[in-house]
Design a protein around this ligand. Structure first.
Ligand SMILES: [Zn+2]
Length: 180
């Protein structure tokens, strides 16, 4: 059997991060300089969202907002899906297909250690392109592994930042709020 490639072997370890209070303009400049398509938004050392080129285009440029006056937290994508480094890249691809995202920050023991993009995965394993096309044709979508995926962001119950949100009746809740 062919050995599976793990996320940790395919991820990029150079990650551009920013803070929720940075302006979109500041971050966009850094993204251009570093030639990356996204910046992971960190709060108190934890990833809470991501600002992507599409966020900037769709929520700032197309809406006619002033990038120098718009804060990252107003337009970032959140909650944020993150993945465990020991996940097989095929499973990471399934998570991306299922949730319609093109990149996943990689988190190990609560620490951001890398980022994996759909583009990187296609480059490493071209057969994934065909596979993901087939998955998209399956009615109701493919079952994506949930154990190696975490959802970070603001809890919709208590408002605290959490790296362990789960969707309960359409709301993203932290561990405490899920139990309560
Ligand atoms: Zn909560």
């Amino acid at each position: 059997m062919k050995r599976e490639i793990l996320v940790r072997e395919a991820m990029r370890t150079k990650i551009l991060t920013c803070s929720p209070s940075d302006t979109v303009q500041e971050v966009a400049k850094k993204m251009r300089k570093e030639r990356v398509g996204s910046s992971v938004v960190m709060s108190k050392g934890k990833p809470v969202g991501i600002l992507t080129e599409s966020d900037i285009l769709e929520k700032v440029v197309a809406e006619g907002r002033d990038a120098s006056k718009t804060k990252v937290e107003e337009v970032m994508s959140t909650p944020l899906l993150t993945i465990d480094p020991y996940t097989a890249i095929e499973d990471a691809m399934k998570v991306m297909s299922k949730h319609n995202v093109r990149r996943l920050p990689v988190v190990e023991k609560g620490k951001l250690i890398g980022i994996i993009t759909e583009k990187d995965l296609f480059r490493i394993s071209p057969t994934l392109i065909e596979m993901s096309k087939e998955w998209s044709l399956i009615e109701g979508g493919i079952p994506a592994p949930s154990t190696q995926v975490s959802i970070s962001g603001k809890c919709e119950g208590c408002g605290r930042l959490s790296t362990d949100l789960r969707e309960v009746d359409g709301r993203f809740l932290c561990e405490d709020c899920r139990e309560g």
